[in-house]
Ligand binder design. Structure first.
Ligand SMILES: Cc1cc2nc3c(=O)[nH]c(=O)nc-3n(C[C@H](O)[C@H](O)[C@H](O)COP(=O)(O)OP(=O)(O)OC[C@H]3O[C@@H](n4cnc5c(N)ncnc54)[C@H](O)[C@@H]3O)c2cc1C
Length: 374
């Protein structure tokens, strides 16, 4: 069977779905091709944090737009995506990190972000029960937020389908050819022809790029997460402890505490397995910060991937192959970046120009500067 669309999107995570949704609203004939089910990659494995607190104007502007788009979703979709502005409180236990926070706060404030540097006692006012031993200060933005990935994907999918877009599921792309237009081979033997193609395949994007002869600087690594049983609401912001044995977690508006830590050394590869040490380690790290959490009961533990780039910024661009685009390498931020990237990329793919400066995310950038708040 052969089918033709204007734009084929490979991967139905937040990036592919947001872009597809915006393209369909522009009247583009678009199909999302998904290896398994919508959200089955990293998106449904993420913990739903949304923050303005980045270190470059490009990422901060992107996030200002994304958080605004998240805040409008309930009205747009007709149901709640559990959007809640509980803030992020980034913690510094090290003087050099405190300096980084100060520099970043200057940049963030110049971009109009409501962020401030708090003393350890002020941090404890924001999170009563916070252990401030060794704490030097915190960067706090009360307008940072959370949302529920499953609801966001459901909303995008409904809009896509209402606008005659399609999601083809359980049918991985196995080959990419270009002869005038693109021909994508799918596992079931069918072919999709498209004028343009987007690789938004999360950790699998490098492998897909190779099918088209590209070598994209994308490096997946495993990240695990855990969720507790519901508890009465006791904390608002996402707490981020940047120590090498730190962690990050927040309480959802539904009462569960959900969190992760970044393993040192990292665990490279496309991996969805879990480790035996993760739950005791995370419990130790979380209760060191908020001792009352020792009463929490663990509900579940899973893993997914961060797709890293050499500078901690995503790749969002047209590749050297005309009509073949990439939006991947979201590191730990793809969920929060998704709505804005979808909107901007849909515009770029149809109009050939960016709505905002995306040069920090270009494929041919130097990769020399680094996002300091990865
Ligand atoms: C534990 C954890 C916590 C996280 N927490 C946060 C957070 O708080 N906030 C935040 O913003 N981000 C967070 N992230 C990161 C975020 O989840 C990712 O950056 C984001 O989901 C990436 O979205 P994506 O659309 O690029 O990729 P994915 O969601 O991985 O989607 C790619 C899709 O492509 C499909 N695919 C792959 N190969 C093929 C093929 N050959 N044919 C067809 N389809 C294919 C996959 O099945 C997949 O569904 C977290 C990640 C993890 C693992």
């Amino acid at each position: 069977m052969k089918k033709s669309v204007d734009i084929a999107i490979i991967g139905g995570g937040i990036i592919g779905m947001a872009t597809a949704c915006d393209l369909s609203l522009k009247g583009v004939n678009v199909a999302v091709i998904e290896r398994k089910y919508i959200g089955s990659g990293s998106t449904s494995r993420c913990i739903g944090g949304l923050r303005h607190q980045f270190s470059t104007p490009a990422a901060i502007r992107l996030m200002k737009e994304s958080i605004r788009l998240f805040s409008e979703m309930e009205e747009e979709f007709g149901f709640s995506v559990e959007f809640h502005e509980g803030g992020y409180l980034l913690l510094a236990h090290d003087p050099s990190l405190l300096e980084i926070f100060k520099n970043n706060i200057d940049i963030q404030k110049s971009e109009g972000i409501n962020v401030s540097l708090l003393s350890p006692e002020e941090c404890r006012n924001v999170v009563p029960g916070l252990n401030i031993d060794g704490l030097l200060g915190g960067a706090y933005c009360p307008d940072d937020a959370q949302a529920f990935p499953f609801a966001v994907l459901k909303g995008y999918r409904e809009i896509l389908v209402q606008n005659n877009g399609e999601c083809l599921m359980y049918n991985p792309v196995t080959d990419i050819r270009k002869n005038g237009h693109f021909a994508l081979s799918l596992e079931d033997g069918s072919t999709i022809e498209a004028e343009k193609v987007l690789l938004s395949s999360g950790p699998w994007t490098r492998e897909l790029g190779k099918l088209a002869g590209l070598d994209l600087p994308l490096y997946p690594e495993r990240h695990e997460a855990m969720i507790t049983q519901r508890m009465p609401k006791f904390m608002e912001p996402m707490l981020v402890d940047y120590r090498s044995d730190g962690c990050y977690f927040h309480q959802l508006i539904t009462g569960q505490v959900i969190g992760c830590y970044t393993p040192v050394p990292n665990v490279p590869g496309i991996r969805e397995d879990v480790s035996i040490e993760f739950i005791p380690q995370l419990a130790k790290r979380m209760t060191r910060l908020v001792p009352d959490l020792d009463k929490a009961g663990v509900l579940r533990h899973w893993s997914g991937c961060y797709t890293m780039t050499p500078d901690g910024n995503p790749l969002v661009d047209e590749t050297e192959i005309d009509g073949l685009y990439v939006a991947a390498g979201m590191c730990g931020h793809g969920f929060m970046f998704g709505p804005s990237i979808g909107k901007n990329l849909a515009h770029f793919m149809t109009e050939g120009e960016w709505l905002m400066d995306y040069s920090d995310f270009a494929i041919d950038r130097s990769f020399a500067s680094k996002e300091t708040l990865k």
